[in-house]
Design a protein around this ligand. Structure first.
Ligand SMILES: [Cu+2]
Length: 731
């Protein structure tokens, strides 16, 4: 690990590391950190000259250097992506943020963890894909927003986020047995958050065995005004074992792990996570043949999820409201890369994805509303998908490259008959009787057929022109399609309580599914202009404007109110547009042997979304925002000052009563020193203890409830000042 910093070209290493930190030149940083079989990874190094998906000009990502500095500040894997071009984070629990790309988040992003999607096993998406891997196990992050190659995946609208755990370590030539290990401990003062982690590997040149484990917990954090923000605590433990074998250009990796999450508070949700256990098995084969390369993966995961109320929401006195979910994900993907000629490369692949979902709410003894039966929100739900693609890349000349891809995904879903807490049309007796719309809803739902099949077609066409050694331009069109998830189609209860248990939008509104939903289809045109100096070391500017028209965008329609500003919504198809731009820039501002190198970098994003049928704004559109970083690096010592500025959020979706939020600016300081086998980090986040409201944070439901559920709910405050310290020792 340390050799990276002791490399002969120390300057280059320093620049690459700091660039990864700023999220620039990121694909180049991968070349250093990721073990790649040539052309085999979807996200291979751009240095081989091929226009692979990872080398898209609009792409962004993080290698080991960037990750090392970020892991200390968060236990939320999605938060590692903060500051990458096109990324915004929709607030959720402390380790379960939902990333969005170019304004479209949650299921609309194809999130792959070690090549596999992970379906959320919860009607509130408390356990999204990135929460299934701890930041300590992530060794590479790649973000492709907007125009993405069909080989990167389907069943999504806005792009792909791919995180990979560390590949197995093997002994170097001449080394009989290789052993290595790492211990880390991090502390963040706000919320007294701690992370402890351990890694160990033993290997020869053909076999490898590795273990990685971590544990993170936090109490509720405090906002800048000193108030404790309720339901922001969490506890998560993550363990994985990796076995690798390789011989003569063939490599097999097997990985298995168990994650337990005893609790995680959700400030914006009516419920909290009170237990979440998942177990997974992944297998991967990578091979080099005369005809090309093959990458095959298989995955299996089972997640058992339980919700109820933590102390902040009143605890489980009287039984609370138990809710349970059991999900199984299983699938495989096979990808082949065939270099047909010096000019042409063909990539073909196929994948199968299965999700099985049960979502039930046990009766609560003595409760009028929640007894005597088990409420089945989704029973025997299944969602299957077969995807296949062909992608042709042609390097016509050193200046011109084209990429053309066609993809088909067939999605078929079904679910069984459901059951309300009670089949009576009213619960209770006499004066206490309350209407129970769920009984009629369940009868109506069960009377209809639930099987749905969607045949989806995706297309990507991209051209890159590199007129000189100081500029490149990429332009393209993508048609991308996403089928509804199981809840969007099958959540059926229109009752106040039943509907308000569904929804992953952080607004505490009630959501009802729609059996008649069609898949949403996004047509995106985008271009990326990149300018840089001839050495690609002194400066770079990159601008990516985009325009997306979404046919049958899955938005909502109001079907009632829940009182105090909360509303009942049904998923509905509408047409929508999104317009936006991502800008990133970096420059070396000063450098000498004595003082080291100073580098200034910035990332800015803007997006505007509109429902064309209603004229309303789209939900969770991040206002204009920018991150400016001044970094200093000298040998193994690196430090940074960051300013994160966000404009006022004025345009909000009326249908959901989305809150407006004022603008704010946050300053972060951090420094890290790496010498030999030891790395030490320290920092201060939100230096001036600024009080601010998160534009995409959702509503502060936990505080509203604690205050007696009176008045209207406000936006969720962000975290106040936090002192950060971390230490990592390698051996
Ligand atoms: Cu949940």
């Amino acid at each position: 690990m340390t050799s990276r910093f002791a490399a002969a070209d120390a300057l280059r290493a320093a620049l690459l590391s700091s660039a990864a930190l700023a999220g620039l030149f990121s694909t180049a940083a991968f070349a250093q950190t990721v073990e790649t079989l040539p052309g085999i990874s979807v996200f291979a190094s751009p240095d081989d000259g091929a226009l692979l998906s990872g080398s898209l000009l609009s792409g962004d990502g993080l290698g080991e250097a960037g990750l090392a500095a970020r892991r200390v500040s968060t236990a939320d894997t999605a938060a590692l992506l903060r500051g990458l071009a096109g990324v915004s984070l929709n607030g959720n629990g402390g380790v379960s943020s939902l990333p969005a790309l170019n304004g479209l988040g949650a299921d609309r992003v194809n999130v792959l963890v070690d090549g596999a999607p992970i379906a959320p096993a919860c009607p509130n998406q408390m356990n999204p894909a990135l929460s299934a891997i701890s930041p300590m196990r992530v060794s590479k992050v790649e973000v492709l927003a907007g125009i993405t190659p069909v080989s990167a995946g389907g069943d999504s609208l806005s792009g792909t986020i791919s995180v990979e755990s560390a590949p197995p370590v093997f002994a170097a030539p001449g080394e009989a047995v290789h052993t290595e290990g790492k211990l880390s401990a991090f502390y963040r003062s706000n919320g007294r958050s701690v992370t402890g982690a351990a890694e160990a590997s033993v290997a020869n040149d053909g076999f490898s065995l590795g273990y990685s484990g971590s544990w993170s917990r936090a109490e509720n954090y405090k906002a800048g005004n000193g108030r404790t923000v309720r339901s922001t605590l969490y506890d998560v433990q993550d363990n994985a074992v990796t076995v690798g074998a390789r011989r003569d250009g063939h490599k097999v990796t097997l990985q298995g792990g168990i994650q337990t999450m005893p609790y995680q508070g959700f400030p914006t949700q009516r419920m909290d996570l009170t237990d979440n256990r998942s177990a997974f098995l992944n297998g991967r084969y990578e091979g080099i043949f005369d005809w090309g390369t093959l990458d095959a993966r298989a995955n299996w995961r089972r997640t058992r999820h339980t919700m109820n109320f933590l102390e902040d929401k009143g605890g489980t006195a009287g039984g609370g409201m138990p809710m349970d979910t059991l999900t199984t994900d299983a699938g495989y993907s096979v990808k082949a890369t065939l270099p047909l000629s010096d000019r042409d490369t063909l990539r073909v692949g196929t994948e199968f994805r299965h999700t099985g979902l049960d979502d039930w709410w046990d009766p609560v003894a003595g409760s009028m509303m929640m007894s005597p039966l088990t409420y089945w929100n989704v029973k025997d739900g299944t969602r299957n998908r077969v995807g296949s693609f062909a992608e042709w890349e042609a390097n016509w000349s050193p200046a011109w490259t084209t990429l053309l891809g066609l993809r088909n995904d067939v999605v078929w879903m079904d679910t069984g008959a459901v059951q309300p807490y009670s089949w009576q049309n009213a619960t209770g007796m006499g004066m206490m009787a309350m209407a129970n719309p769920d009984a009629a809803d369940a009868r109506a739902f069960n009377a209809r057929g639930h099987a749905r099949t969607d045949v989806n077609v995706d297309v990507t066409a991209l051209v890159r022109y590199t007129p000189s050694d100081t500029s490149a331009i990429e332009a393209g069109y993508a048609r991308k399609t996403r089928s509804p998830n199981l809840y969007e189609r099958y959540a059926w209860g229109t009752g106040g309580m039943s509907s308000s248990m569904n929804g992953w939008f952080g607004d505490a509104n009630g959501y009802v599914g729609n059996l008649d939903l069609k898949p949403e289809v996004a047509h995106t045109v985008s271009t990326t202009l990149s300018l840089y100096d001839a050495t690609r070391k002194a400066w770079e500017v990159k601008l990516t404007p985009y325009y997306t028209y979404v046919q049958d965008f899955i938005d909502v329609e109001r079907i009632g109110t829940l009182g105090n500003g909360f509303v009942k919504l049904r998923f509905a198809n509408h047409d929508a547009i999104l317009v936006g731009a991502n800008l990133s820039a970096a420059a070396r501002v000063y450098e000498d042997e004595e003082i080291g190198a100073f580098r200034l970098s910035g990332v800015a994003g803007w997006v505007h979304g509109r429902n064309l049928d209603i004229g309303d704004a789209l939900y969770h559109m991040m206002p204009l925002n920018a991150l400016l970083t001044l970094e200093h690096r000298r040998g193994g010592w690196s430090s940074a000052v960051e300013v994160q500025a966000t404009a006022r959020k004025e345009r909000v979706e009326e249908a959901r009563n989305e809150p407006k939020t004022p603008g704010y600016a946050l300053v972060t300081l951090r420094t890290g020193y790496e010498w030999g086998d030891i790395r030490i980090d320290a920092g201060i986040e939100n230096l001036f203890d600024q009080h601010y409201l998160q534009p995409l944070g959702g509503v502060d439901y936990a505080d509203y409830r604690a205050g007696g559920s009176r008045g209207t709910v406000g936006a969720l405050p962000g975290a106040g000042r936090s002192f950060i310290a971390g230490m990592t020792v390698k051996f």
